[in-house]
Write a new protein. Sequence first.
Lengths: 774, 493
Amino acid sequence: MRPNDHPAPGGVQLRHVSQPLPHDSAAKHVQGAAPYIDDLPEPAGTLHLAVGGSPMARGRLIAVDLEKVRAVPGVVAVLTAADVPGKNDISPAFGDEPLFAHGHVMFHGQPVFAVAAETRDAARRAARLGAITVVQEKPAVTVEDAEKRGDTVLPDYAFIRGDASAAIDAAPNQIAGQFRIGGQEHFYLEGQVALAIPGEDGAMHVHTSTQHPTEVQHVCARILGLPDAMVTAEVRRMGGGFGGKESQASQWAAMAALAARVTGRPCKIRLDRDDDMAMTGKRHDFRVDYAVGFDDEGRIQGVEMAFLARCGCSADLSQGVVDRTMFHADASYFLPELIISSRRLKTNTVSNTAFRGFGGPQGMLAMERIIDEIACRLGRDPLDVRKVNHYGPERDTTPYGMTVEDHDVGAAILEQLERSSNYRERREAIAGFNASSPILRKGIALTPVKFGISFTLTQLNQAGALVHVYSDGSVQLNHGGTEMGQGLYQKVAQVVAEEFGVGMDRVRVTATTTDKVPNTSPTAASSGSDLNGMAARMAARQIRDRLAILAGEHFGVPAKEVVFRDDHAFAGNESLPFAELARRAHAARIHLSAAGHYKTPKLHWDRQKGVGRPFFYFAYGAACAEVVIDTLTGENRVLRVDILHDVGRSLNPAIDIGQIEGGFVQGMGWLTTEELVYDKDGRLRTHAPSTYKIPVASDVPADFRVTLFDGENREETVYRSKAVGEPPLMLANAVFCAIADAVQSIAPGRPVPLDAPATPEAILKAIQGIVAAG
Amino acid sequence: MARKGIRFLRRGRVVEVADFAPRTTLLDWLRIDQRATGTKEGCAEGDCGACTVVLGREREGRLVYEPVNACIMLLGQMDGAELITVEDLAQAGALHPVQAALVARHGSQCGFCTPGIVMSLFALYQEGGRPVTRETVCDALAGNLCRCTGYRPIIDAALDVCAEPPADAFESRNEATLAALRRLDDGEDVFVGEGHAFFAAPANEETLAKLLSDHPEATLLAGATDVGLWVTKGLAPLRKFISLGRVKGLEEIHDSPEVLALGAMSTHARAMGPLAGIDPDLGELMRRFGSAQVRASGTVGGNIANGSPIGDLAPALITLGAILELRQGNDRRTLPIENFFLGYRKQDRRRGEFLRSVLIPKPGPNDHIRIFKVTKRFDEDISAVMMAMRLTIKDGRIVTARVAFGGMAAIPKRALAVEKALLESRIQEGTAWAAAGEALGQDFTPLDDHRASAAYRLQVGKNLIVKALAEIAGAPSDATRIIGHREAAHAAE
Ligand SMILES: Cc1cc2nc3c(=O)[nH]c(=O)nc-3n(C[C@H](O)[C@H](O)[C@H](O)COP(=O)(O)OP(=O)(O)OC[C@H]3O[C@@H](n4cnc5c(N)ncnc54)[C@H](O)[C@@H]3O)c2cc1C
Ligand code: FES
Ligand code: FES
């Protein structure tokens, strides 16, 4: 079989879908020819913005003296809350976060004012001259601080099944403990940026680096006091998003729009990296308190997990994020009786937000560490404990009442990876190594991933697309999904090219913009290609069906016998070039444009009761990681990683492998080198890449084996593919568990007091802890 | 008469710029003045590599292409170099081999890091002449952050394209470029601006000394890997720069069996080889120093003169007994490097004085050296703790001990109590190791910050002493450390 002749589920030969085509902009990327917002030619008169942030984390804002700021040559306008004509609110849902602080400040660095100047340099220099007077109050920095105050951003929430406490007590073995999981900075390489251009009648066109153009539109309209229809938000590409430009992009777009309104000139804001890191939200960090009861094989009988989330100063997306933590606290395991509870604690730190995995990774990691501790207590291999707890027949209901219908996929992946990675032999070899190595210790772990696909806020599971065929046979494609590097534009273009049977060179993808496809959902929750691929296919199909009728008439066959491929319409031995058909269609006054709309089926979720089917399906995977640690310094290195991951029938295996590798490495960074440090006054001390360390090339395991699982989505997704954006991040749990395993070798049978991230310091502390526990 | 503008080579032509604010960065000049937006800004502090461009310069008689961070390099430093940016590689519509390899391997996702990565790999590609391994590729990429790909496809692309010797337009016009660069090297002083705000680049020590006495408050500029951040992050209102980049002789390196003399303007990249010759640990320290970009710009003199408590060279040079040579006007003096550091960011450097060179005595056959740098991330990270040790051992007995630490105090400093505990003890005696480790508590009350807690620093300091002693006593370093194995360095020689 030729590689481009993959049979699709229906037996059709695919020509574009399933091809490992490069990213749509690859050739432009390597030449520096792919424009990001800061690269666009600036309209004449463009002003540049810089932000003045709060010098304190909490307190009453009593005075803002901006005289010196205004006096700086080149400064054209200075904006504060008083300049907002609409509502001073940039929050995505709960109305609790202002564009500019007013009355009081909620975190260190919170925007208080902005300067618009002729140059970015002048704006930045001026912004530092603002005199902001705050009557300081003691900030709540940690979850403990917030707990003491009883301050939350949203109500507590729990999943309860059976009587967990009784089940734990009745079990032959019990464990209880506490585990901390750090947050994570997105560190998209392109920082937050927006360019607002004022139009006629007060309209505003905003170029914005966002995963959620519709939200940018709403927030700009709200700030300016305009109807949504007066604001257009557009994004061609982002230099990375990872969740950090879902809700977090709106503030800067709105600031630029406000400045453009006030000055009547185009206004651009591009945050300096340090400002970006101090002023935008991150992955939530957690404290997890747990108790678990289990039998002598390690099978969990009952579990209590309490998730204390540091949400920061506002709700932002914390409802969905922490819910997803709870949805994934089962990891891949059946929990017969349980309480999974959560508190969304309000702290005087920047509001935490979406980040690849959206809370899921924290829930899963906590459970994997519980499994490790069970294995430690029983002296069993953690993989065996993982297997006895894995979802299976009769043990297939999640804590939220959804049935895991394809647990066999997860189990098969575990089995297959166990064999292909030589897990058992390597564990033996590592035990041998450790026995004769006092300073360096190795560890290994094999952990599964099961990730629920769909927005848990059901209404977001919809998408729109707009497809035009021009009379020369070229095709223009537009949809609500945004391109942040994940290859969405290319995947959807492949789907559309497949529908029309035309070459990829005929399909032109245009920038995502709210004036082409309205009311879109964020490109998030890994849903981009599932939703937009389907919507685009539905749009393309409408046009294709119209063309088929015309071609059928031409060939004298029923429309359904017309086949589109190789840039032609075929019927038997006859054919018509696609361009010719398009020309004829236009002449015959056939509508060559169509909008498609898709909504995910089967979903229902009752949050009140905590039951339903919040997810259309699950994506599975597993990773086996081997690490070495230095017991004198805590330094560590990942030596080898084997990954087997389920993407269903891949739309583009090259892009999917890129997502898997990139997601894994990002997860590895989260759990190892990436540490966010706040001081006691609530100031983020790691606000630049000099102090916040994401992985570099040498951190990637030299032996890195990634394989796609051979399977297809049991649900009817586009070409039976599966979402791939977020799930691979959690493959990195294996790295953390392997590091803990290496520490474990120092004192088998004693729990490893290792918190995430496993920095050298955390590892050394864990070593000291496990030794002291003797 | 000094030349009133800077001149450099770009796209085969000489570019002259005479009208620029002294603190203009190369990146701002490209992106704002020239609207050449292929080169990106990701951090403006030298850490992410998105702004990487390549400079061609004559080094030891050859044309050498090196990556640098345009964000923290000042435009004035461009004088006399060839500037190559990401827009310059594709020729007549055909991708450069490095670009083609990245596309073929799916090496870009969001693409924002990609221009910088292309340029770092372009420099590696031009290097030629040595087998390129995964390790060399990772070293070349240590200063390029990519948040999307996980690097694997980028590493593979580099291995693909660097497997063959360079064969591109730059290679074929190598001679012509070198000749053009030599023509630019006119030996003139450069002075752009006015007395109150200028970028000056004197051509020799005499004019430098004069200029410095006239403007003792001017900022001396070496590689700008520290000073650049004062400009981009500190927004320091600096108006007068005196660049050492064109001063003849300051960049010289003289290696003899007794002494290694590094001119203050020796870049880390050039100093790395001779330093590695002293001890493999010193070579490893330099390999991990910043990134290829930082090593290509940053200088030995700048690292010492900056006086940072976490600078990497100072502790190593203190244990080696290095001597600094300084000059002010016509006065020259020398002093042991350990006496140079007086207090937090306070050095024994007089107004208008500059560092000429550092003299490093070569260790003897009975000397044993160990250097460890502990960081959150192995590559391109600043030390949480850095230790250097030199022991002279005769008949199993430690007869001299020099141990210095970085990251443990306001200055890089010797651990005198540790040295005392070591002196006269037998290297094979484990009890002496522990005692030496414990003595560290008397020497330091370490810093407590976002890089590490004080407790961790102290514990690791102690453990590093034990580790070094275990190694010197005979433990092979592949059993005591994860990276930087000494055996590998010897094997490679
Ligand atoms: C990304 C990054 C990574 C880094 N990693 C490391 C690291 O791993 N280890 C480390 O130690 N440092 C590191 N640094 C810091 C910096 O690179 C070094 O300190 C470097 O050696 C400074 O040299 P320079 O030539 O760039 O100095 P400059 O920035 O040009 O100057 C630094 C200071 O020294 C003064 N100065 C320079 N030369 C002289 C002279 N001859 N006489 C008198 N005064 C002089 C200048 O006036 C200035 O005050 C890093 C920096 C960056 C941006
Ligand atoms: S912009 Fe990050 S290194 Fe220059
Ligand atoms: S491709 Fe996005 S940062 Fe490298």
